[in-house]
Design a protein. Structure first.
Lengths: 492, 594
């Protein structure tokens, strides 16, 4: 067998990035290594982690790519950004802020994490089709009765980012008005968390785009070529998601019993969220009160000059209800950003790597809607057979309940008491969702199932060092993944 | 039965002063988009009299005008017990109403009057007091709670919240009518206020209807709130009058014009297309219900498996029944010489037809099963309730049955009515008086009659009597009906492989934990004899379909958390955005798991 036609080893590094994802897949060939960085971002680092954890991770990736600082030469690298949530791409940001930049300069390292990755000159940058800058944004929303186009969907995503920004701002105003820790616990914290995650991370987005231009940019959709097949010899990589709007519509027609799974793609939804952004913009009206001899009067607001209560002397019953209304509004905003969060999660790239009989699945944060075309579309049977053979599953959305659809979990044939299936989750407890609402991430019941039926690893076990790794030799007749081990330092 | 004038009753001899039984208040007839003679159409409605505190705050409603967007709290009218302060606006239709609609105190009165009127409609139809779905006695109402195109009832917050937002630039009517405000205030929309108040009332009467169960039950809460909202404003003579304006404006109207289709077009016109399109999406949905052509196969169509679209079918059937009744009444009063009908009489007949149908629909809730409602159950409940209070109204019931059948909704029983219990039930050792009020006594009744052939309860299930309510119902013709309505709920938790033979759908894994609910409504007559037992058995064959539905939607085994997570604000937003409604709304997050 000629050299470099098939990998002689695979190593998966799971970095400790708190609530976020960062995995480095290394394919060893007889003549060297090739790397695929799957996501690089965080929303919150674990307690005690250094502030520059992402930069340290980037430096580790650089070292593993054997970059020669003098020539700039490094192992071939491909970058995958499954979707635009911050917890998946913030590490690609080149904007470190002045203070951080000064601090780094003092220690002799001026590059941000995004710049370090950029210096590796990735040959391939793969993102979902929704990020394609060539996909023009529709100037006008389509008419409600008509199907929504993929272009309009891009516009919808932009509206949604705007809504997230406005929701965060309104949530902060509500927090200031309630002056209550209860509000923060009830809605404020999660609202800020999800809202921030939804916000467009412009520096990271720009860096990904520029790296793609410098190398090769691929904006993949279900069934398209990811470019990884040519990059990784002897590895077949299939894109199982996200479907385009048109592909989703085809599935919707086929499986009409589940029309709700595709609701977010409807044209009417576009019109609605566009209107929602406009309305929330109007909500930014700080009411003013004029205290006159005749009593307090409204200044700005919908009823100028109407009589109002002096805000410093609200009757107790009124104050109590005001607090209740503020909390209710916080909850409502939270519901709104949760919907937006789901929509962005459903733009996730789903990649299936096949090396011989070995299969690895990296689904980003995809939820059922994103899986729809793969599981119910024209190639459903073939895809189900592929998924049945998965050996290693990167658990979707940091272990949230909705990102491991029942229909998907049921397919994995290697799960069971023998725990032949490997599962890996990158997560941080206590920052997303609430246990009493059964929305905590990672979800307890899912983790119980994963532990019972698979060999489970969570990055929460990484309390020292930057991460842990597992390896496998795909050439063996019955390849077995090694136990997870702490990441050793890389020889320069 | 609307009270048209202020009537008086005498208090005890110690109280010399007589107090009125009703108070008449000015409201916006439908919403500010409906204009007549250049001004927003107003109406006057009678609501039960009570001694109000500023707000208005009464014994069941507490209006607190908090605006979370601006942080302001608008002061209420200081003298809520005096004469209606906005009466002069109604009396003078030519007066510019800009100032009226820019007065938050009028908004406060509007929400109070419509919510109170809706409550009174329920209490009059059911013949008893109706509790809210939470422990408190007073429902809070915030007419300007936030800037958003949403309004909702929240059980947790014990409140109705209404949003407001600037009139959209594109969607606004080109020619702004006099008095039309710059903002869209959902608290000024009659159907929105009645809709939200109905959610609060149905939640008090049937708390399990918020549970995920079947596509029908998921559709019902929203659909019923729409039915009440629509019939509530069609029962205002100002609105039926406005509908007839589009048919003819003279004192007599051509009978040939009073057809169902002509009236339907008029209804669509009155629903204010432009603003409805531009606002919260609910107007658009209501319009779609009105336009829905009858078809026996509607409910089988894929798009009508989505709960809110399914609900439109129920709304369409009820509205069709209303318009058919109204048109039929017009035929009865036609002057054969001129081929015309009196306009005033037709207006009155239309309002009365809406009011009667509305009362029947509300009364049907007492004849409906407490859990797992299906649309056919509701029709049987509607027909049985109607027969009980007006035994001679066979023609009306035939019409109802025909209009529902046209939309593919057939009653749950062959006769259309609930069947009386097959065997006499045991009453030995029980007291009639206690059976009218005491859940313990009703539970004893269940226990003594639990066996197959009597009430046929599942012996393994946990059984709880959830309410016992004596009622005095008065028909529009003065007929008095005394009944006691009691409800019980049964709960059974088991693994899927423990389900009785035939109940476990193939797709459900054997180790899945399943919570089953069943239950029944017991209707006792004035002598304590059981008239009807409307039951959904915990192990009935219909449970198989429910389990399959919930499994596909992800609801099996996690019903309590789903119930807790369902919110009307989310539901309304998704509905406006044409998204899924109950119960699928929350299922993806909490249940589509491995």
């Amino acid at each position: 067998m000629p050299a470099d036609t098939t990998p002689i080893g695979i190593r998966l590094v799971a970095y400790q990035v708190g609530f976020g994802d960062c995995f480095l897949l290394t394919f060893r060939y007889a003549r060297g290594e090739r790397h695929v960085l799957v996501d690089f971002g965080t929303m919150e680092l674990p307690a005690g982690a250094p502030r520059d954890q992402l930069r340290q991770v980037a430096l580790d990736v650089e070292a593993r790519c054997h970059r020669d600082p003098a020539t700039g030469e490094a192992d071939p690298l491909a970058v995958v950004a499954t979707h635009r949530h911050r917890d998946h791409i913030s590490g690609f940001s080149t904007d470190g802020g002045k203070r951080a930049r000064r601090a780094r300069a003092g220690r002799g390292e001026a590059r941000t994490s995004g710049e370090i990755i950029r210096d590796l000159r990735p040959r391939l940058v793969i993102q979902p089709w929704t990020e394609d800058p060539e996909l023009p944004v529709d100037a006008k929303a389509p008419r409600p009765a008509r199907a929504l186009s993929s272009r309009a969907f891009r516009a919808l995503l932009d509206d949604m980012a705007e809504i997230s920004r406005l929701a965060i701002a309104e949530g902060e105003r509500l927090q200031a008005a309630t002056r209550s820790t209860a509000f923060r616990e009830l809605a404020g914290r999660e609202l800020g968390f999800l809202g921030q995650n939804n916000l467009s991370n412009e520096s990271a987005v720009r860096n990904l785009m520029e790296m793609g231009r410098a190398g090769r940019a691929v904006y993949a959709r279900y069934g398209s070529d990811s470019g990884l097949g040519a990059f990784l010899r002897g590895v077949k990589v299939r894109v199982l998601g996200p479907p385009t709007v048109e592909q989703s519509a085809a599935v919707r027609t086929q499986r009409r019993k589940d029309p709700d799974e595709y609701w977010h793609l409807r044209a009417q939804v576009h019109a609605f969220w566009g209107g929602q952004a406009r309305i929330l913009r109007a909500a930014d009206v700080a009411g003013t009160v004029r205290l006159a001899r005749s009593g307090a009067r409204a200044g700005r607001g919908p009823f100028p000059r109407a009589e109002v209560f002096d805000p410093r002397r609200l009757p107790p019953a009124v104050w109590l209800f005001k607090r209740r209304a503020l909390e209710a509004r916080g909850q409502e905003l939270l519901e709104m950003v949760r919907v937006l969060d789901d929509v962005l999660n459903n733009t996730s790239l789903i990649l299936h790597f096949q090396v011989g009989n070995l299969a690895l699945l990296f689904p980003g944060d995809a939820q059922l809607e994103c899986w729809s075309h793969a599981l119910a579309g024209p190639h459903a049977r073939r895809n189900q057979a592929l998924l049945a053979g998965v050996d290693l599953y990167k658990v979707g959305h940091h272990g949230s309940l909705n990102a491991t659809p029942r229909s998907l979990w049921a397919l994995f044939e290697k799960k069971g008491p023998a725990k032949a299936l490997r599962t890996v989750v990158s997560t941080l407890e206590g920052v997303h969702g609430h246990e009493d609402r059964r929305t905590e991430v990672p979800r307890r019941t899912l983790v119980t199932a994963l532990k019972a039926e698979s060999t489970y690893f969570t990055t929460q076990r990484v309390t020292r060092g930057l991460g842990q790794f597992t390896e496998i030799d795909p050439r063996e007749r019955k390849p077995v993944w090694s136990a997870w081990k702490p990441l050793p330092a890389v020889d320069a | 039965m609307a009270t048209k004038k202020v009537t008086r009753r005498t208090r005890s001899p110690a109280s010399a002063a007589a107090v009125p039984t009703t108070r008449t208040l000015t409201i916006v007839a439908r919403d500010p988009s409906v204009v007549r003679r250049g001004g927003v159409l107003l109406a006057r409605v009678a609501v039960p009299y009570e001694t109000l505190a500023p707000g208005p705050v009464g014994h069941r409603l507490r209006v607190v005008d908090v605006d979370t967007a601006t942080g302001l709290v608008y002061r209420p009218h200081p003298e809520p017990n005096g004469e209606d302060p906005f009466r002069s606006w109604y009396a003078d239709p030519g007066k510019d109403r800009t100032k009226l609609l820019a007065d938050p105190r009028f908004h406060q009165q509007n929400v109070y009057a419509i919510a109170m009127r809706t409550l009174a409609l329920f209490e009059r139809a059911l013949g008893r007091r109706v509790a809210w779905g939470f422990e408190g006695h007073q429902l809070h109402i915030a007419p300007h709670a936030f800037v958003d195109a949403n309004a909702y009832y929240s059980r947790a917050q014990e409140s109705l919240m209404f949003g407001y937002f600037p009139v959209p630039a594109k969607g606004a009517p080109r020619r702004r009518a006099r008095g039309r405000p710059e903002h869209v205030y959902l608290c000024l929309s009659h159907d929105v206020v009645a809709h939200e108040a109905t959610h609060a009332l149905v939640d008090g009467l049937r708390p399990f209807y918020q549970d995920p169960s079947s596509a029908d039950q998921a559709a019902f809460h929203e659909a019923f709130a729409d039915v009440v909202a629509l019939l509530s404003f069609f029962s205002l003579s100002e609105i039926t009058g406005a509908l007839l304006d589009d048919v003819g404006r003279g004192p007599r109207v051509s009978a040939r014009e009073l057809t169902v289709e002509r009236l339907r077009r008029s209804v669509l016109f009155a629903m204010g297309k432009e603003v409805a399109e531009a606002t919260d999406g609910r107007g658009r949905v209501l319009r779609r219900s009105v336009e829905l052509p009858p078809s026996r196969r509607l409910l089988e169509r894929p798009e009508f498996q989505e709960p809110h679209r399914r609900g439109e079918v129920l709304v369409a059937a009820m509205l069709d029944a209303f318009l058919t009744t109204w048109a039929a009444r017009a035929r009865d009063i036609v002057d054969t010489r001129t081929g015309t009908v009196s306009r005033d009489r037709a207006v009155e007949d239309g309002a009365l037809a809406a009011e009667r149908l509305l009362q029947g629909a509300i009364r049907a809730l007492d004849y409906a099963p407490p859990v797992d409602l299906e649309l056919g159950d509701f029709l049987s409940a509607l027909l049985t309730a109607d027969r009980e209070i007006q035994p001679d109204g066979e023609q009306r019931r035939e019409l109802l049955r025909a209009r529902f059948a046209a939309y593919g909704i057939d009653p749950a029983t062959e006769s259309g009515y609930w069947d009386p219990p097959p065997h006499a039930t045991r009453l030995e050792g029980m007291y009639f008086d206690a059976l009218q009020r005491d859940p313990q006594e009703v539970f004893r009744f269940l226990w003594e009659n639990r066996e197959r052939g009597a009430l046929d309860l599942d012996p393994a299930a946990d059984t709880r009597v959830t309410s016992v309510r004596p009622c005095v119902r008065i028909a529009t013709d003065g007929f008095v009906l005394r009944e006691t309505v009691a409800e019980y709920v049964q709960t059974l938790e088991l693994r899927a492989d423990e389900l009785p033979e035939g109940l476990r759908p193939r797709s459900v894994p054997p180790d899945l934990r399943v919570t089953l609910h069943g239950g029944g409504t017991l209707l006792f007559d004035q002598f304590g004899k059981l008239k009807f037992h409307v039951q959904n058995r915990i192990t009935s064959s219909r449970q198989r379909e429910r389990i399959a539905y919930l499994w596909s939607a992800g609801g099996v085994g996690d019903r309590e958390s789903l119930r807790a997570s369902i919110s009307f604000s989310d539901l309304h937003r998704r509905r406006a955005a044409a998204g899924p409604a109950l119960p699928n709304v929350r299922l993806p997050r909490s249940a589509r798991a491995g």
